[in-house]
Design a protein around this ligand. Structure first.
Ligand code: ZN
Length: 456
């Protein structure tokens, strides 16, 4: 690409981290329509002058690009020269960030509310208060400490105190900037403890739940205090100069936790370079957060049966099924893919019924991009949870990570509806009888139908 662009870039390198102000940053939407446009966008991304909200770039996949005010003309000229259509959709990123954390004045500060994005202290305080208030069924578990010494706290919900129960795990906030996911996880905790809905009650009470709203506490805090767009954890062990990539050195402080799990680690869709946002770490499970999660699950496996592993991310409104590196007919590498697909489709229909939000269902390689070393792939291929899903919550990119706080409750409501329906379908398939089966009759029919359509 144009070397002038590279020269212009070098002025913005900062060594020490400080609050990144997104005032007057613009966001453009682009969808490459040809391989040539894909290449032009890859070049632009590699210039490291602009922040792409979605890591994968491929034909037809809509992306969002954050452009600092002083680089707006440069950006517009580049896309125009390349013949790429770019539409300005956000005028001032910082004003959306400010809006996300604005407290309502009327509410008692002691009570949790889902009308703004709460910081880590607020979430942890609420979890502690809630565990005390429901102490006969709820408790707090601390599965380990982060690089910066913060505890990784989860809420354990156990209504029936059974011997050898079903254990399920919900993991939110693995990626720091995906703020809607801790908010939705706390909502799920509240619903499990208080809802009168029969479906919610069954799901809450027949399983022992381990719910981690903020699986990456250091990153989450950093996304409030320093850089709203932070994704990784904050492990400084691999800190290095990123000047050669025209990035601040701060970028090398941290590992992408959803690339660090020990399942096909570092094979596809992950980076070995600490300066990259998808840096997979020096080895699988090198990170306190992913290792703590694996240790917890290995322990649960010895004490009962694993059932659900639900991973919450944002954004793009997808329900992903393992494994993230497979597409086409290879999706059958997950032995119960047909079941998971049917559960997912029916669940997302129910989700849509609440607020008309539409989701797509499939493997990451098929409907997003290829990934390896993710927590939910490991949950399926390493830990052998039968029912494994990854939600990419709202929206489809209008606001992306900057989802307005008014959308927290609708997002949570529809997600809960979807989960309850998924649970109903899973029960009808016999997953609560502990029968590890690969195909149900209806799942088989769907596959057969898909094969017939493909054969045409
Ligand atoms: Zn994510």
């Amino acid at each position: 690409m144009n070397t002038k662009i590279f020269l212009l870039l070098t002025v913005i390198v900062s060594i020490k981290s400080e609050y990144v102000n997104y005032k007057y940053h613009k966001v453009y939407t682009v969808t490459p329509t040809t391989e040539k446009e894909v290449q032009a966008l890859l070049d632009l991304k590699n210039s490291n002058d602009f922040v792409f909200w979605i890591e994968g770039i491929k034909v037809g996949l809509e992306n969002r690009i954050d452009v600092a005010a002083e680089k707006q003309r440069l950006f517009e000229k580049y896309v125009s020269d390349a013949g790429i259509k770019a539409e300005l959709i956000i005028e001032d990123v910082q004003s959306l960030i400010d809006n996300q954390v604005k407290r309502s004045k009327t509410r008692n500060s002691n009570e949790y509310a889902w009308d703004y994005y709460q910081n880590l202290d607020e979430i942890y305080e609420w979890m502690n208060r809630t565990a005390e208030a429901y102490s006969s069924v709820a408790s707090i578990i601390n599965i380990g400490a982060t690089a910066e010494g913060r505890p990784i706290l989860g809420m354990v919900i156990d209504f029936k105190k059974r011997e050898r129960p079903y254990y399920s795990v919900i993991e939110g906030g693995l990626h720091a900037r995906e703020w809607i996911t801790p908010a939705t996880c706390t909502w799920i905790i509240k619903e499990f403890l208080t809802s009168n809905d029969r479906g919610v009650r069954a799901m809450a009470e027949d399983v022992v739940w381990y719910i981690f709203p903020v699986t990456n506490p250091d990153g989450y805090v950093y996304s409030f205090t320093d850089n709203r767009m932070w994704r990784k954890n904050r492990n400084p062990a691999m800190q290095t100069s990123c000047a050669h990539m025209n990035r601040p050195d701060d970028m090398s402080v941290g590992v992408d936790l959803n690339r660090n799990f020990d399942f096909l680690w570092m094979t596809v869709g992950a980076s070995g370079n600490p300066c990259d946002i998808t840096y997979a770490g020096p080895s699988a499970f090198s990170e306190a957060e992913s290792l703590a999660m694996a240790n917890l699950i290995n322990g649960l496996q010895e004490r009962g049966s694993l059932l659900y592993y639900l991973s919450f991310h944002s954004y793009t409104q997808l329900l992903l099924i393992p494994y993230s590196h497979v597409r086409g007919s290879d999706v059958l590498e997950a032995d119960n893919y047909a079941d998971l697909f049917e559960i997912g489709i029916k669940g997302m229909d129910k989700l849509t019924a609440r607020h008309n939000t539409t989701y797509r269902v499939g493997t990451s390689a098929d409907i997003l991009y290829e990934v390896s070393g993710s927590g939910f792939d490991w949950a399926k291929g390493g830990a052998h949870f039968p029912l494994v899903f990854l939600f990419e919550l709202r929206d489809t990119g209008r606001f992306g990570f900057l989802l307005p706080p008014e959308e927290i409750i609708p997002t949570s409501e529809e997600t809960m509806d979807g989960m309850v329906e998924m649970d109903r379908v899973a029960r009808s398939m016999g997953y609560y009888r502990g029968s590890a089966h690969s195909f149900t009759a209806s799942g088989f029919m769907i596959l057969l139908l898909a094969a017939m359509l493909l054969a045409k």
